[in-house]
Design a protein. Sequence first.
Length: 129
Amino acid sequence: MPLIDRTIEPVLRTLAGQYPVVTITGPRQSGKTTLCRTVFAHKPYANLESPDIRQFAIEDPRGFLAQYPEGAILDEIQRTPDLVSYLQPIVDASHKRTRNPFQMLVNIFVYLRHSGAIVDIPDDGQRGD
C-alpha cells in the first residue's frame, strides 16, 4: 500500500520544536504510527502493545524511560497509563521547550499540564497503519 503524503507533517515538526511532548490521536488504522515513524525516524520506537515491552514499562517505569535519554516514540502509551506520571517529571525537569524528548502515540487524550501539543488525525476513510 503506498504511503499517503500527510499535509500535517510540517505542523507536527513545528509543534515538536515548540513542545517537549507531542501526542498524536486518531482512529484505528488512520496512519498515526506511520506518520510518527516517518517524521521522527531518528527516534527509537517502543510499542507498548508488545507484552514484554509493556511489562517492563509497568514493572520498572524509570528504567524503561531511562533507555531513552534523547526521547522516543512511545506507541500505544494508553496501555501503560501510569507511565505518564513518570514521564511528566522528566519533562518538567528538562525545561527545554525547544527539544522534543518524547513523542507519544495514543488513542486517548493524555494531559500533561499544558506541556504538550496534541495532533488529531481525522478519519478520512483511508487507512494507513
